[in-house]
Each structure stands twice: as structure tokens, then as C-alpha cells.
Ligand binder design. Structure first.
Ligand code: PNS
Length: 181
């Protein structure tokens, strides 16, 4: 906490994402953000444009469970502009994890656009921890779908949810493709 114009000022950071599913990389990022800021709002994107594996409500629940031990972290669901959400929560910082060069390019663009939409809204990039740099939700979904192990990429609870969802996905595909051969 710090003081601004004689008032106590809490530094609030937003950690937005699709969290489809929440990974150990996300957890690491939020733990680190929670030690850097007074309050962290984890914002789960509702209308993830790509068809998400898990519903928004399901993703929020999963993220809440993973972050339950972090006392200065709240989880919200959002749609619309991140810049508006930041204003709503009094957040002046967005925190994003960066795994490498291509992440940085995309994230820089988003950071500048968010600052354009809401002057004063800044973005802090945290480099992913070296042992987690290979983790991406998209790859985790692909591995689960193909029957591989997602151990070490997501928590045990999330791994179990993924196994169930992967089975449903495979059944859906088998149903859609029946008679196609
Ligand atoms: O986990 P992801 O999919 O990398 O997260 C992307 C996210 C949610 C951060 C991004 O899509 C986002 O901020 N969406 C909100 C819509 C928005 O504000 N768009 C303009 C930002 S440049």
C-alpha cells in the first residue's frame, strides 16, 4: 500500500485471460503478481472467440479453486473491453506472462492498444518461469484430446476435468464424423 495525495492507495492489478484451462503457468503468474501488488483481479474472458473447452462459469470455478490460497486475489468473469474492466475495478496495471519473442510482440500490441483506450493503464510483462515456459492452454488441450498426460502442466483437479472433457470431445467428433469414411 502507498500514499497518493494524502490518501492510502492500493495497487490493483488485473490478470486477464481465457484460462481454458487454467495451467500451472497461470498459477505461477498470479502468485508472482499477488506478491507485487496489493490486490489482484483475475479476469476470466467470458466470450472467448475460439470455442472454449470449458464454459465461462466452469473456468471461473476452476480458477477460483486454484487460487483459493491467495488471499489478495479475486476472480471475476468479464466480457467487453479489458480497458473498461480496469476502470471498473480501479486497476492501473495489467499483468501478462511472456514466454518468448512471439508472445512479446503480440502482448506489446495489446498493451499499447489498452493504453490508447484508457490512458494511464499500463501493462507489466512477467517472464514465465523457465520450467513452465513450454506450457500453453492450447497445447494442453491438444495433448488431453490425443490421450496424453497433462501431469506437470495443470493441477491434478484440472487434469481430471480435462480427461472427462477430452472424452466428451472425442465422442462429439466421432458422432459428427460418423458415416464420413
Ligand atoms: O489467455 P488469452 O486468450 O491470451 O487472453 C487474451 C485476453 C483475454 C487478455 C484478450 O483477448 C483481451 O483482453 N480481451 C478483451 C477484449 C479487449 O479488450 N480487446 C482489446 C484489447 S487490445
Amino acid at each position: 500500500m502507498s500514499e497518493r495525495e494524502g490518501k492510502v492507495w492500493r495497487r490493483i492489478a488485473l490478470v486477464p485471460g481465457s484460462f481454458d484451462p487454467v495451467t500451472l503457468g497461470h498459477l505461477d503468474l498470479v502468485i508472482r503478481a499477488s506478491s507485487l501488488f496489493d490486490e489482484v483481479v483475475v479476469a476470466v474472458l467470458e466470450n472467448a472467440s475460439k470455442q472454449p473447452w470449458f464454459s465461462a462459469a466452469g473456468r471461473v470455478l476452476m480458477v477460483q479453486r486454484e487460487m483459493a490460497a491467495l488471499k489478495n486475489v479475486r476472480v471475476v468473469r468479464f466480457s467487453g473491453l479489458l480497458a473498461d474492466l480496469a476502470a471498473q475495478h480501479g486497476a492501473e496495471v495489467v499483468v501478462r506472462g511472456v514466454r518468448g519473442g512471439s508472445d512479446l510482440e503480440y502482448e506489446t500490441l495489446m498493451a499499447r492498444m489498452n493504453a490508447h483506450l484508457r490512458p494511464g493503464l499500463d501493462t507489466v510483462f512477467l517472464p514465465s518461469s523457465p520450467q513452465l515456459t513450454h506450457i500453453a492452454s492450447r497445447l494442453v488441450r491438444e495433448i488431453a484430446y490425443l490421450g496424453g498426460s497433462v501431469q506437470g502442466l495443470v493441477s491434478e483437479k484440472v487434469a481430471m476435468a480435462m480427461e472427462t472433457r477430452a472424452e466428451e470431445k472425442r465422442a462429439e467428433h466421432a458422432f459428427t464424423n460418423r458415416g464420413a469414411e
